[in-house]
Design a protein around this ligand. Structure first.
Ligand SMILES: *[C@@H]1O[C@H](CO)[C@@H](O)[C@H](O)[C@H]1NC(C)=O
Ligand SMILES: *[C@@H]1O[C@H](CO)[C@@H](O)[C@H](O)[C@H]1NC(C)=O
Length: 654
């Protein structure tokens, strides 16, 4: 089951473009600094002419904008040419209009919800009445000191920090990490605790020695495993292949992508390179052979000028109990890993994972770290560039709500900082004629973010595109279910749609097929259509455990997986009225909650449960209705494919 619309990795942008943008941003900052010093100079000496004109322009700008809710729209839209200035009144969900709605029940979730609503109320009021300038100044003051240029830790300091190096501002082009460490001797797999990575390699009971170095997106996620922006896993004793290997990969919302495996063979000549370097270097199969001799022989031959074509073969770069110096550097096209001065592997950047999102470095497994040094770090905070993913172009503005005849309303769960995910949806399946013609209406449901500057950008985004509904509480992982209630409320009361669909911001929809299926169901039938789970039980152990207080029953009701399901509007209406009547039971998993509510509705009017695996829970299958865990680049690829062929095909890159 999908655990909400919370987490995720930043957004879809290639590393190269990213760095170029950041270079040009630096230039822009320089220009800005120059201009403001000039302004100050003129101001100080009260050079009257200049001063006068500047003020006039400023105030007239203000007048122009004043009828809007937020009168100072500074950075984003003003950077755009004047052509596109549109301001929507941001729609705030009404589910909390009745202040007592959450106060009647007890239980852990209501406690959390009351607190989050209070916080959210404050945040929203600040946004409405606070001026943006104040926020920006504060932001700069807060963050100026928080971007260290380098971080240097001894092994014991690293241990003391829980084996995590925090990189508050992420990485940038040219950043490098140096680790001095020593692989530990082999142990029997499965004998120590917390070996989650062993499961993807060796069998239990085998001798293993391996460690994992990861760049993680610590900040992008609330209450979900952090995305692994780079996972680097040397297995000294090998895995199922029986030979030493190095695996590199990424993991997004708990989904591993396709691994790059270096197993001792150099990448093929026709394979893509990364900044001109091969993805995998060759190493000798068996390092116990007379490699000293062969190296010497090679060297002598080279000295004698006999040959240039002989290449020396190095052993596997890591040996138990020998010190290594590993350097990871961020290039234009990807990460490069050198060990003891030799290039070992390169890993092209994958979309959805950016350098600035890499806010943590971890090293775990069979390795003793002696020291870590991270340098050439970015000097400015990444939140400045988050809004870069937004493309303020009128093409992507949502059509206004029609008065009647909306067949389907689609509510999409999203989180405040998922700018790139929302933009990808807007540019792809939300361009479908069914949406452009308002037969189908789609809106993002977003709660308020802890970070003020994210909310400021969010509000501007909402005003511009007109496709965001703010659910006014402080976003919390356990409260995703409130967004689902808000979707029902909006779909029933604001849009009066016949059917309500729920999706996530990393769900790609094949809209025409979904609608065609839904049209086949007669109007008078109440239905619940999705990828159904029957007889599922709550997980009672581990990190994602559900307590008996939260869910006392042994089983979950039949429920559709969260990333995509459809309801007839009478069920949605029932949910809203139960919520307003303080009778709706809330459980932190929104999809299970929905199953429970539909089950209750079914006791008064029979509901038709419709099941299809084509509402994909994990990834994508050919012929999908919805594909899930799609990165922004995959969304664009899926949409591209749909333009040429009607049969939906997957895009399995990341
Ligand atoms: C819905 O109600 C019918 C009859 O009341 C019952 O037979 C059926 O099992 C119910 N379905 C679910 C999924 O609860
Ligand atoms: C779709 O067709 C256009 C023009 O025929 C082509 O340029 C484009 O590459 C095709 N896209 C895909 C995904 O096949």
């Amino acid at each position: 089951m999908k655990r909400g619309g919370g987490g995720g990795g930043g957004g879809g942008r290639g590393g190269k473009a990213e760095t170029l943008v950041s270079l040009s941003r630096q230039r822009t900052i320089q220009v800005l600094v120059f201009v403001s010093s000039l302004y100050l100079l003129l101001f100080t000496y009260e050079i009257p002419f200049f001063f006068l004109t500047t003020t006039t322009t400023k105030s007239s700008n203000k007048l122009e904008n004043s009828p809007t809710l937020l009168s100072q729209r500074v950075s984003l839209t003003n950077l755009q040419p004047e052509r596109e200035r549109r301001t929507n009144v941001v729609f705030v969900s009404r589910i909390f209009d009745d202040d007592v709605v959450l106060d009647h029940s007890d239980g852990p979730i209501h406690e959390t919800a009351r607190h989050a609503r209070q916080e959210g109320k404050k945040l929203w009021e600040e946004l409405e009445y606070g001026t943006e300038q104040e926020i920006s100044t504060e932001k700069i003051e807060n963050l100026a000191g928080s971007c260290p240029q380098s971080v240097s830790l001894t092994g014991s300091e690293f241990e003391a920090r829980g084996k995590v190096v925090e990189l508050p501002c992420g990485l940038t082009l040219g950043s490098h990490v140096t680790v001095v460490g020593k692989p530990r001797k082999a142990h029997v797999a499965g004998s120590s605790k917390g070996e989650e990575w062993y499961a993807r390699g060796a069998e239990k009971g085998r001798e293993v020695s391996h460690f994992v170095m990861e760049l993680q997106g610590l900040r992008t996620v609330d209450g979900e495993e952090p995305p692994r922006i780079l996972h680097f896993n040397p297995r000294l004793k090998g895995d199922w292949s029986g030979k030493p290997v190095i695996e590199l990969n990424t993991c997004y919302r708990m989904q591993w992508a396709t691994a790059l495996r270096c197993d001792g063979w150099k990448s093929r000549a026709d394979e893509e390179t990364v900044d001109g370097l091969v993805k995998c270097e060759k190493w000798m199969e068996d390092d116990s052979s007379d490699d000293e001799q062969s190296k010497t022989a090679w060297w002598l031959k080279r000295m004698a000028g006999r040959t240039k074509s002989v290449t020396v073969e190095w052993p596997f770069p890591f040996t138990v109990n020998s010190l290594f110096v590993l350097t990871l550097s961020a290039g234009f096209e990807g990460y490069h890993i050198n060990v003891d001065g030799r290039h070992v592997a390169s890993f092209p950047y994958r979309t959805g994972f950016t350098l600035e999102d890499a806010t943590g470095l971890t090293l775990t497994g069979d390795v003793d770290v002696q020291s870590i040094f991270v340098a050439s770090l970015p000097s400015s905070h990444p939140s400045f560039s988050q809004q870069q993913h937004l493309e303020m172009s009128s093409e992507w503005i949502a059509p206004t709500l029609p008065d009647t005849n909306v067949e389907m309303f689609i509510g999409i769960l999203s989180a405040g900082n998922h700018f790139a995910e929302r933009m990808a949806a807007r540019k792809t399946w939300m361009q479908h004629t069914l949406i452009r013609s308002s037969r189908v209406v789609a809106r993002f449901f977003v709660a308020l973010h802890q970070r003020k500057e994210v909310n400021v950008e969010l509000k501007k985004e909402a005003e511009y595109f007109g496709d965001i509904v703010i659910v006014p509480y402080m976003d919390h992982y356990d409260l995703v279910v409130l967004k689902t209630v808000a979707i029902c409320e909006y779909g029933v009361h604001k849009v009066s749609a016949k059917q309500i669909m729920k999706g996530d911001d990393d769900t790609f929809l094949k809209l025409d097929v979904i609608l065609e299926k839904a049209r086949h169901i007669p109007d008078y039938i109440s239905f619940y259509f999705g990828n159904m789970n029957y007889h599922h039980k709550p997980l009672r152990h581990g990190k994602w455990a559900v307590t008996y207080e939260e869910w006392p029953e042994e089983d979950y009701p039949p429920y559709a997986n969260g990333p995509g399901y459809i309801l007839s509007s009478d069920i949605a209406e029932y949910i809203v009225s139960e919520f307003e009547g303080h009778r709706l039971r809330l459980f932190k998993m929104e999809d299970v909650s929905m199953g429970m509510w539909v089950g209750q509705f079914n006791s008064t009017k029979l509901v038709r449960y419709l099941h299809s695996l084509k509402f994909c829970q994990f990834g994508c299958v050919e012929g999908y209705f919805t594909a899930h865990y799609q990165s922004p680049r995959q969304m664009l690829c899926l949409w591209d494919k749909l333009q040429n062929q009607t049969w939906p095909q997957c895009c399995n890159m990341r």
